[in-house]
Design a protein around this ligand. Structure first.
Ligand SMILES: Nc1ncnc2c1ncn2[C@@H]1O[C@H](COP(=O)(O)OP(=O)(O)O)[C@@H](O)[C@H]1O
Ligand SMILES: [Mg+2]
Length: 240
């Protein structure tokens, strides 16, 4: 599905990723764990074409996507719910969701059932349903975060990148976000998940990678990583 080999990327002269390899098999949830500044967001940006990789290969369903423009990568079926709330503030919730489906409406992605998927997204995110006609900029931070996630799913993507979907949310909304991730997983949605709550991420994920200073230090079945003493000590204690 999504295969990343020896990826290097950074910002100008600052090298952040020093050759990382990650596999996200179809229908699986893979989580990328790491401290602040480890390079998780940079990894997501390099995959979705927001920044250009400087070396390595990224393939989606066997087709190379590294070096392509981000809109081309989206058309190939990769959706990115970026860190922070990136919604279109002056558009309604419904219009934000339809924009997520834009490549399906223009024929550059299989159309499928857009109105049906819109209904299903509203059912998956009841808070958005209640606020469907509200301007996105007037939603709370947590609601905007959910809108960004729902919009990514509206692409009907091959794979979704979720970068800290629970960031800044009240505990009750954090639980809701993880419930939604569980439901997307049950629907067979393939996901690469970055989360500050590493223990919760490992609970929902099939497989995990630990990123340290731009390098993968450990990877394995999520159930095994949860019991790995070094992973426990560094990432699963209080505050994570
Ligand atoms: N736009 C940017 N320009 C320059 N350096 C950046 C930029 N974004 C992130 N960095 C640097 O890249 C490194 C990795 O950051 P990031 O990928 O955001 O980490 P994480 O998501 O794991 O917290 C950090 O040292 C950060 O300061
Ligand atoms: Mg980040």
């Amino acid at each position: 599905m999504l295969s990343i080999k020896n990826l290097e990327a950074g910002y100008g002269k600052v090298h952040v990723l020093h050759g990382i390899s990650i596999d996200v098999p179809k229908g699986k949830v893979v989580t990328l764990i790491g401290s602040n500044g480890a390079g998780k967001t940079t990894t997501m940006r390099a995959i979705s074409g927001m920044i250009a990789p400087t070396a390595g290969e990224i393939a989606l369903n066997g087709k190379r996507i590294d070096g392509l423009e981000s809109y081309t990568i989206a058309k190939l079926g990769l959706a990115h719910s970026p860190e922070g709330r990136r919604v279109f503030a002056t558009m309604t919730v419904t219009d934000n969701l339809l924009l997520g489906a834009f490549p399906r409406l223009t024929g550059s992605r299989p159309k499928g059932d857009v109105p049906g998927d819109l209904d299903r997204a509203m059912d998956l995110f009841p808070r958005l349903k209640e606020r469907r006609d509200q301007l996105a900029g007037t939603l709370s931070g947590g609601e905007q975060q959910m809108l960004a996630m729902a919009r990514a799913v509206m692409l009907n993507p091959e794979v979704v990148l979720l970068d800290e979907p629970s960031m800044g949310l009240a505990p009750i909304l954090v639980e809701e976000v993880f419930r939604i991730i569980e439901r997307l997983k049950a629907q067979g949605v393939t996901m690469l998940l970055v989360e500050q709550f590493a223990a919760a991420a490992l609970n929902v994920a099939d497989y995990g990678y630990v990123l340290e200073n731009g390098r993968i230090s450990v990877h394995g079945e999520a159930s095994r990583l949860k019991d790995d003493p070094a992973v426990k000590a560094a990432y699963l204690g209080g505050g994570h």
